[in-house]
Design a protein around this ligand. Structure first.
Ligand SMILES: Cc1cc2nc3c(=O)[nH]c(=O)nc-3n(C[C@H](O)[C@H](O)[C@H](O)COP(=O)(O)O)c2cc1C
Length: 316
């Protein structure tokens, strides 16, 4: 069986790679709440090759941080190949090539979704990376660059499979759409129908009900969840319960929200030092929810030490 399909077989719910969000601390939380598979934030090939501290931190996988795929990005096939060989040394279950980032600072130079401007070059690049490493290689991409009259993703899926890609994640929007407009999951279904490798559908999966619907509508091997997991990482447990036909877990109460926020705080301080760790944990304020969030926000954004942040949480 395809190793990525095997990973997803019992629980097809995946935490999306998200820069400055899906770090080791958040992956641990998401996994604890039921995410079956995680991805690192995207890591620039040039930084991997240079051994930059940031790249090393992003690519580091602790023993309990598995299965987590390492995602790299870049515009130069040679550098992507070299970076892939280095990243493979961390022995993730597979490597992922980002061919979907729409941000102009990335795609303008041909990296990320920039590859969708030249599908033939993208396929050739994937083939080279696949040949360079002894790990499975997957590709995360979009349905097209935009505004093509005919989206390339179906034909591209076939060609990426031929090039040796072990799985595809499809964010069902064009690069030009960014995060605007609805994601059209039908493209993931069309692509899935023409390949044997697992396809993971992504885009606008907002709750457990969407997970079930996305799987049913597309027949995909997995569902990747990004922004909804920032707001509500409990989505993984809720989706797994729905998929297993079990009653939904109780909604998170204030104590549970504080527990998760505190876990992120402790992990971030341990990984990044007190000042930075406290600061980056504020990214996770949305998970405190509509009652606690507004009540604590003002005090949490001014608390600069671990103890002061803990004290705010204790008051809640
Ligand atoms: C804050 C943020 C950071 C992201 N960083 C990455 C990244 O590093 N690599 C990547 O492939 N996609 C990245 N994405 C895109 C997500 O992985 C996902 O494809 C997109 O958000 C659509 O899924 P969603 O509707 O569930 O959020 C990012 C998205 C967000 C919101």
């Amino acid at each position: 069986m395809n190793p990525i399909a095997a990973l997803l077989a019992d629980a097809p719910v995946v935490l999306a790679p998200m820069e400055d969000v899906s770090d080791a601390a958040f992956r641990r939380v998401a996994r604890g709440l039921g995410a079956r598979l995680c991805f690192t934030e995207f890591i620039r090939a040039e930084q991997v090759i240079a051994g930059a501290a940031l790249a090393r931190r992003k690519a580091a996988l602790a023993e309990d941080d598995r299965p987590t795929a390492i995602q790299i990005y870049g515009a130069d096939p040679e550098l992507l190949m070299q970076a892939a060989v280095i990243a493979a040394a961390a022995r993730p279950p597979f490597l992922d090539l980002n061919c979907g980032c729409w941000l102009p600072r990335v795609s303008r130079n041909g990296a990320g979704a920039g590859w969708l401007r030249d599908p033939a070059a993208m396929v050739a690049m994937v083939r080279r990376v696949v040949d360079a490493v002894d790990l499975p290689v997957s590709v995360k991409t979009r349905i097209g660059f935009g505004p093509e009259s005919h989206m390339p993703i179906v034909d591209l899926a076939r060609r990426l499979e031929d090039a040796g890609a072990a799985a595809l994640t499809i964010h069902c929007r064009t690069a030009q759409a960014g995060h605007d407009g609805p994601a059209d999951w039908a493209w993931a279904r069309r692509a899935r129908e023409v390949v044997d490798i697992p396809v993971v559908v992504n885009g606008d999966v907002r709750d457990a009900e969407d997970v079930v619907r996305a799987l049913a509508d597309t027949g995909c091997a997995g569902v990747m969840i990004g922004r909804a997991a920032i707001q509500h990482p409990w989505i993984f447990a809720e989706a797994r319960a729905r998929l297993a036909g079990l009653p939904p877990p109780p909604p998170p109460d204030d104590a549970e929200r504080i527990r998760v926020f505190r876990a992120l705080l402790d992990a971030n301080v341990a990984a990044r030092g007190e000042r930075w760790g406290v600061q980056v944990t504020r990214r996770h304020l949305p998970l405190l929810g509509p009652r606690l969030g507004p009540a604590l926000r003002a005090r949490l954004v001014t608390a600069t030490s671990h103890a002061a942040t803990d004290a705010v949480l204790a008051l809640s």
